[in-house]
Design a binder for this molecule. Structure first.
Ligand SMILES: [Zn+2]
Length: 597
């Protein structure tokens, strides 16, 4: 960490007293105890009786269930936020561990409630869903019930849950441990996997190549073991899906993401059909960094040194300006984050790296954590997290259950806010080299979020399908499928010889099969809304804010309709990709103008 330069963010620390005074605030223990007692009373009152409840009684029960979870969630949030700013302080780690255990115990205690709701006969459930008393909980009820066709009997479910600890979760953990133990030998020294990967961002091609060779070498030992783990996890999933009668390997994931197999397939098709965007960009990038053609380790090379740094004050002005220009209301909400100390900004020792927004803290505004360095990326990160903050603030009155969004719509406001801010940054920049640099950074982020994730999804798709149809896949076969699916995206624009074993370090494949496409889904959904805003202007402001106010109380299709979009129309994905391609057009034109294209 080199923090010789001051950014003006040094004293921008959040004030958590809206949650609790401190880690030993007596209200913390009192809240945990209240949640535990209320959970015990809840179980006593409702266990085995959900089917007998009237609509009004069920509404009351769900309200109580939410209240109990809100109390504990608030305490858990506090513990995580307090911990994040000083992870070396033992009392903070201890509080997180203690509350995590309390949370798990509470979940076990209350699990029956969701199961009994899912178990209601369809006819009874439909009557309840139609009742006025349950209007507020309608979407939540549907979300709980949608798994009903795939649930097994209670004793079977119990075996599933208990055996998973020694089954699929154990394999996933073994994989994590194998990966965690990978050490890279580079230039005579041993470095971590992350450090080696970071060197792929170096401006020195020789350093990138050596780092990449070292990574390939480090991935070789244990490759057969990781192949076996992958096969086992894929097999386990296929057994699970067969017993539960899910139509495809990804159906369970789609259901959890509140979307459908058709919508996801349309997304995948749209992205695959536009792989030319990736190929055009990497062809341009090769020219920009003076190469005939990129090799896979050149993808993250910097295009130019950008010494321009923004102070915290400037970053605040740019981001706040972008939100205020969009709408006075969103500007006012975002301003409160700065004014009332809801942001923790500086780089500090023992602080969590990266950035996040604690969006749905029950009854309290969201909090934002980041590590502000003053570079352009940092400004966009601030805009991104404040988008989550805006979303969380607008949806707060809905309460915990209805405000909570699935992965597929969780990134709407953050990506949108980033797009607003990016436009402003670009408008403020006259120098063509720096404009090009800004655009290139933006396109690279988009490629990583959209096309790369879809290519990963295509790899998963063929692996899961082939495992089901033909049995175990060898290391060589996995390498072949990986290169095939990657080559399809890169075309001739990137040389990928030597890249064959790099599938084996991607944790999502093992930990959460099917997960990766959600990044592309969320990003393109937000960009499609942004594109509509660009075309239609201010008439989109209110519908968009209404969509944010609806939080997770409606399915994504309904949210999309609020802003005039149809999620069943593949055109929505194309429109998001068009927004991306327009940025690429501009980058190509700029490169031509300054004689680099
Ligand atoms: Zn985000």
């Amino acid at each position: 960490m080199t923090t010789t330069e001051l950014t003006g963010a040094e004293d921008v620390a959040w004030d958590l007293s809206d949650l609790y005074e401190s880690g030993d605030d007596p209200r913390l223990d009192a809240d945990v105890q209240e949640a535990e007692e209320a959970a015990a009373a809840f179980r006593e009152r409702y266990y085995g009786k959900v089917a007998e409840l009237s609509a009004a009684e069920l509404s009351e029960a769900i309200g109580e269930r939410e209240r109990i979870e809100s109390i504990l969630t608030r305490a858990i949030y506090y513990a995580h936020l307090w911990f994040a700013t000083d992870m070396a302080d033992p009392p903070r780690g201890a509080l997180v561990a203690r509350l995590t255990e309390a949370g798990a115990a509470l979940d076990t205690q209350l699990l029956f409630f969701g199961l009994e709701i899912a178990d209601l006969e369809d006819e009874a459930a439909e009557a309840l869903l139609a009742a006025d008393e349950l209007e507020h909980w309608r979407h939540w009820l549907r979300s709980v019930r949608k798994f009903r066709p795939y649930l097994l009997t209670e004793p079977e479910e119990k075996i599933f849950t208990e055996k998973s600890v020694s089954g699929v979760s154990a394999w996933a953990r073994l994989y994590e441990e194998l990966l965690g133990a990978v050490r890279v030998q580079l230039d005579g020294a041993e470095i971590s996997f992350e450090e080696a990967m970071a060197k792929l961002h170096s401006g020195d091609r020789d350093e990138r190549r050596r780092a990449s060779d070292a990574v390939t070498e480090a991935l070789a030992p244990g490759l057969r073991t990781r192949t076996f783990v992958f096969n086992t996890i894929v097999l386990d999933k296929s057994i699970d899906d067969r017993l539960r009668s899910y139509p495809t390997w990804i159906s369970a994931r789609n259901l959890r993401n509140d979307t459908t197999d058709e919508a996801v397939q349309a997304l995948v098709d749209a992205a695959v059909a536009r792989y030319d965007v990736v190929q055009r960009y990497y062809t341009l990038k090769a020219k920009l960094i003076g190469l005939d053609r990129l090799t896979f380790y050149d993808r993250f090379a910097p295009i130019a040194d950008d010494p321009a740094k923004a102070s915290w004050g400037e970053a605040r002005e740019i981001v706040l300006g972008a939100y205020t220009d969009f709408s006075a209301e969103s500007g006012e909400i975002v301003e409160r984050f700065f004014r009332d100390n809801w942001i923790d900004a500086p780089v500090r020792e023992n602080k969590r790296t990266g950035a996040f927004c604690a969006t749905s803290v029950p009854g309290v505004h969201p909090y934002v954590l980041m590590n502000f360095t003053g570079d352009r990326r940092s400004i966009l990160t601030l805009a991104h997290e404040l988008g989550h903050g805006l979303h969380g603030t607008l949806a707060l009155p809905l309460g915990l259950f209805n405000a909570d969004t699935p992965l597929t719509t969780a990134e709407t406001a953050s990506v949108f806010g980033e797009a607003l801010t990016f436009k402003r940054l670009l408008a403020l920049e006259d120098d063509p080299h720096r404009r090009l640099n800004l655009l290139a950074g933006r396109i690279e982020d988009s490629i990583a979020t959209v096309f790369r994730q879809i290519a990963l999804n295509r790899f998963e798709d063929v692996v899961h399908t082939e495992r089901r149809e033909q049995g175990e896949l060898s290391t060589e076969r996995l390498e072949e499928l990986w290169l095939e699916t990657q080559r399809r995206m890169f075309g001739d624009s990137v040389e990928i010889d030597g890249y064959g074993t790099w599938w084996s370090y991607i944790p999502h494949f093992m930990g959460t099969p099917g997960y990766v496409y959600a990044y592309a889904y969320g990003f393109l959904f937000a960009l499609a809304i942004f594109r509509r805003y660009e075309l239609e202007g201010d008439s989109m402001v209110e519908p968009y804010l209404e969509l944010l106010r609806a939080g997770g109380s409606k399915p994504p299709e309904e949210l999309a309709r609020m802003v005039g979009l149809d999620l069943t129309d593949p055109g929505i994905w194309e429109s998001g990709i068009d927004a991306l391609a327009a940025e690429l057009d501009e980058a190509e034109a700029l490169a031509g103008d300054i004689g680099l294209g």
